[in-house]
Design a protein around this ligand. Structure first.
Ligand code: SF4
Ligand code: SF4
Length: 288
C-alpha cells in the first residue's frame, strides 16, 4: 500500500480491503479473510487529505470495495468534498450492484467523475463462474451492470484474457455490443502472472502470442461498431499491427519493467512494457 499519493504516478489507488466475495483463478491480490476494513479506512482518509488538490484521478481497489458497506460511501464522499475535480475509479466485481437498492444508494452520492471498472470473464455464465470461482457470480455481475446503467453510472468493462476465455473473445465482443452497449469503455487485458495466477497456472496461462487472432477479431469488431475499446498490459511486439492504436500504457509505474530487447526498440515510447511482478513472460518478446 502507498504511503503517499504522488501526482506524477500513473497509479494512485487506495487499497481498501483484502476481503473479496470472489476467488478468481488469476487474482493478482489473493483475497484474505481478515478484519482490515477499519485499518485501511483510517489510513485512506489521511492519504486523501494529504494528496495534491489537482490530482486527476484516484483508484479504489482491493479485494472488493463494496464489502466496505457504508464506509465506501463515506470514502467517496470524503474525496468528493476535498478533491471535487478528481475522477474516482473503483474496481469492483459488481456483484453487490445486483441489489437495486444498493445501486440506488450508491448513485445517490453522485455519478459525476466516477467510473466503475467491472470484470466480465465471459459471455458464457459457466466460464465466468469458473474463473471467478463463485457460482452465480455471472448473474449477479450482469444484473449489477444493468442496475449501474439504470442509475447513470459510467462503466469500464474489463476482460482479463486467459486460457479459459480467449477462444470466445469474438463471441464476447458481439455479446457486449448487443447486450451491454451502454458501457463507456471496454478493456481487454493481459494477465499479470502473480498471486493465484501462479497457483492456477495450468488452468489459466496462455501465451498472449497465441490468442492474437481472437483478440484482433474482438477488438476490431467492437471498434467498427463504434465502441470505445482498448488493450491493456500487452506489449507491442506481441500485438498484431492492426491493434497498435488500441494499446495503452496501462501498467502501473511501480510495477512496470523493460528488458534487454526493449533498449533499442523503436516502440518503447508507446509500449506498455512488462509486469515486473509476472513470473512468466511471452516467448514472442522481441525488438521492433
Ligand atoms: S474480484 Fe478481483 S479482488 Fe476479487 S478475487 Fe477476483 S480478481 Fe481478486
Ligand atoms: S521489445 Fe520491449 S519495448 Fe519493444 S515492443 Fe517488446 S516489450 Fe515493448
Amino acid at each position: 500500500m502507498k504511503d503517499k499519493i504522488d501526482i506524477n504516478s500513473n497509479d494512485n489507488s487506495l487499497f481498501v480491503t483484502s476481503q473479496c466475495n470472489n476467488k478468481c483463478l488469476m487474482c493478482a491480490q489473493p483475497p484474505k479473510q481478515v478484519d482490515d476494513i477499519d485499518f485501511y479506512f483510517q489510513k485512506n482518509l489521511s492519504l486523501i487529505d494529504t494528496s495534491p488538490v489537482d490530482l486527476l484521478d484516484i483508484g479504489i481497489t482491493g479485494g472488493e470495495p463494496t464489502l466496505l458497506g457504508n464506509k465506501l460511501f463515506e470514502l467517496i464522499h470524503h474525496i468528493r468534498l476535498s478533491r471535487p475535480n478528481t475522477l474516482i475509479h473503483i474496481l469492483t466485481n459488481g456483484r453487490l450492484f445486483s441489489d437495486i437498492n444498493y445501486t440506488k444508494s450508491f448513485a445517490a452520492g453522485g455519478t459525476d467523475k466516477l467510473l466503475l471498472g467491472v470484470p466480465l470473464h465471459s459471455d458464457f455464465s459457466h466460464d465466468h463462474d469458473l474463473i471467478s470461482q463463485s457460482y452465480g457470480s455471472y448473474n449477479e455481475t450482469m444484473k449489477g451492470l444493468y442496475n449501474m446503467a439504470r442509475y447513470g453510472l459510467d462503466i469500464e468493462l474489463r476482460i482479463v484474457i486467459n486460457k479459459i476465455n480467449y477462444a470466445r473473445l469474438p463471441k464476447m465482443a458481439s455479446f457486449i455490443y448487443k447486450n451491454l452497449p451502454f458501457v463507456k469503455y471496454i478493456a481487454f487485458m493481459g494477465l499479470e502472472d502473480t498471486g493465484y495466477a501462479i497457483k492456477n497456472h495450468h488452468l489459466i496461462w496462455i501465451d498472449p502470442a497465441d490468442y492474437q487472432e481472437e483478440l484482433e477479431e474482438a477488438v476490431l469488431g467492437l471498434s467498427d461498431w463504434g465502441m470505445n475499446v482498448s488493450i491493456f498490459n500487452l506489449p507491442h511486439c506481441i500485438l498484431r499491427k492492426t491493434l497498435y492504436n488500441f494499446a495503452k500504457k496501462s501498467i502501473s509505474d511501480w510495477k512496470v519493467k523493460y528488458i534487454a530487447c526493449c533498449e533499442l526498440c523503436t516502440m518503447r515510447g508507446d509500449c506498455c512494457g512488462l509486469f515486473s511482478t509476472s513470473r512468466k513472460q511471452s516467448k514472442k518478446l522481441a525488438t521492433l
